[in-house]
Design a protein around this ligand. Structure first.
Ligand code: BTN
Length: 333
């Protein structure tokens, strides 16, 4: 099933009305009259809204009252109050899909989809970095954002770094959890992975046509269930979940904040303020200053991670030499 932010179906209209009258019971008759929908249809919409995870109390002679919103990150919950210019103006949410990244990549060439966000409750063929699979069960946030940036192709590695800074900052603001950034694209909590990023870009004569930024967040998942499925894959260092209790913010509100932070930092990148992004990333980094071993296409490099250079590469010092690593898997101590 696909839901979109343009969805103005009867169920969403009923929901909006219930939200606007949160303290009251609304009778089926009143809803039917105001919304100009038959009473049978109102009843069906209420059932649908309940099936989407909203808690609606229904009392004889009084009617319906919205008690709590859903735990699903449905598009209209994210766009309601979203303060961005382009990112997330259009949101597509699939109950289940192979990969949001694959779906977004297919529509990234359409200029009208610039800023669109594709999300899923579950992914059955989630894509990780370096050709790995990404386990994407219910409870996680699996999303891809279509971007059409103005900066030069040499800055492309900075996109996931910038997105990691935006994510770490949103996690801290919304959930009060302090995370670390691990080169190149991971967000960790006490050293275990809570989120990862991937980018797929279309480049035409050294100009970026579009970028699909894919972000997987272990929002409220079972780490052991994921670990069981990936423990044997390369560069495994443990999985963590951001949320363990039931009183945490709804994922939709968290995603809203993240999309706002993401747009702000990407504007900074578009405006050429790369050093500020690198400084922010370095402040949160668990990699810089550590002894690292990195497998690259040209072999293994071991030494001390000293800094991120102006286009996002990691500079590793070994003896008197420095090597710049653009892509790779890292083991850090
Ligand atoms: C990594 O290997 O660390 C990157 C993981 C990226 C996973 C996300 S989930 C949403 C989007 N869709 C995918 O298939 N992959 C990315």
């Amino acid at each position: 099933m696909l839901y979109t932010s343009d969805d103005n179906s009867g169920a969403v209209k009923v929901l909006q009305f219930l939200k606007a009258h949160k303290e009251e019971y609304l009778s089926g008759e009143d809803l039917s009259e105001v919304l100009k929908i038959s009473r049978v249809a109102i009843w069906k919409h209420i059932k649908k809204i309940q099936n989407l995870g909203y808690k609606i109390e229904s009392k004889q002679n009084l009617g319906y009252k919205l008690i709590d919103i859903t735990d699903l990150a449905l598009p209209w919950e994210i766009t309601d109050g979203l303060k961005t210019k382009a990112i997330g103006k259009k949101i597509y949410y699939f109950d289940s899909i192979g990969s949001t990244q694959a779906f977004a990549s297919n529509m990234a060439s359409d200029p009208l989809e610039s800023g669109s966000v594709i999300m899923a409750g579950v992914q059955t063929a989630g894509k990780g970095r370096l050709g790995r699979k990404w386990v994407s069960p219910k409870g996680g946030i699996w999303l891809s954002v279509i971007l059409r940036p103005e900066f030069d192709v040499s800055k492309i590695t900075l996109v996931p770094l910038a997105a990691s800074v935006a994510l770490a900052s949103s996690i801290q603001k919304a959930l009060g959890v302090k995370t670390e950034l691990r080169w190149p694209n991971d967000v960790t909590s006490n050293g275990k992975k809570v989120a990862g990023m991937i980018i797929d870009a279309t480049i035409e004569s050294s100009k970026i046509e579009s970028i699909v930024l894919g972000i997987g967040i272990n929002y409220k998942v079972s780490p052991s269930e994921i670990e069981r499925k990936i423990a044997s894959s390369g560069n495994f260092y443990g999985v963590a979940t951001l949320i363990r209790d039931n009183n945490a913010p709804k994922p939709a509100k968290f995603i809203q904040l993240f999309l706002e932070e993401l747009e702000r930092i990407l504007e900074s990148l578009n405006g050429g303020r790369t050093q500020s992004i690198i400084t922010q990333w370095t402040k949160r980094s668990s990699t810089i200053g550590k002894h690292v071993s990195i497998s690259t296409q040209d072999g293994k490099v071991s030494g001390t991670a000293v800094k991120i250079d102006s286009d996002g590469g990691l500079i590793v010092k070994h003896g008197k030499d420095h090597t710049k690593i653009a892509v790779g898997d890292i083991i850090q101590r």
